[in-house]
Ligand binder design. Sequence first.
Ligand code: C2E
Ligand code: CA
Ligand code: CA
Length: 261
Amino acid sequence: MRDRIFENNRISRILDDAIANDGIWVAYQPQIDVETGEIHGYEALMRLKNSKVSPAQFIPIAEETGQIIKIDRILTEKVVRQMAEWREHGIPLYKVSINYSYSQVSDIHYVDFLEELLKRYNIPPELICIEITESLFISNKEAVSKLLNEFVKRGISLALDDFGTGYSSLSYLTFLPINVVKIDKSLVDNYLSNEKGDFIKNIVRLVHSLAMKLTVEGVEHQWQNEKLKTFHCDYIQGYYYSKPISGAEIEDFNRKFRSIG
Ligand code: C2E
Ligand code: CA
Ligand code: CA
């Protein structure tokens, strides 16, 4: 217990340092459109410049301490600036997904902040997707629905992340203004092999019946990719195509990916 508090404090200080000294960078992981074989977009994933501490370790601590509000605003600004930079360099723009943490609900001006950034850099809101998780619904459901509609009203789309890992309630899918459902790597690992594959196939059907798209995350092998194609899932994100890469590496990825096709 004492060790854990000590470790959490250590990580929290690393985060303070990163906030104060421009210690955050953004990695982008490509998402491939299964039907067209083209790039669909990227997910923006946070990294620390001066520490090997991973997001899986520092995000929960940042949520607990409230530091998440600052670091997610920093990430958001970096993403929008990066998109403007790509455009300046003649690199085609694809949709970028930004993770939204449940503790950001208290950052009541985040939506305006994002809208303002998009205007300032002249980036169409349709090129941004906000990834939420079910943990958001621990708080007041009505307030959350209202918040989500604020994104939608501004033309920003929404994805429900980590579907199938928590206490997934199918009812969420029916009343939330969500465009994309993302299923987690653990589902791919546990259910894609042999006879259990129908489970994922049925999730694809369910999601499509609600006129939503499905992204599968954590695809590492060719056989998984092929199988998911036969299931008609929409987008694939995983090491099979690319690990998360820096904004500077995106141009190269785009070029190589197009030539391999
Ligand atoms: P997530 O949103 O579910 O992000 C997907 C994670 O799966 C990423 O880990 C990604 O690198 C990893 N991944 C993708 N494909 C594969 C694969 O084929 N194999 C394996 N082994 N892993 C794969 P990452 O970047 O370490 O992020 C972990 C979590 O931290 C994220 O999970 C998200 O919940 C959180 N996170 C990351 N960046 C941010 C951020 O900017 N803001 C917030 N609020 N949370 C973030
Ligand atoms: Ca995510
Ligand atoms: Ca996920």
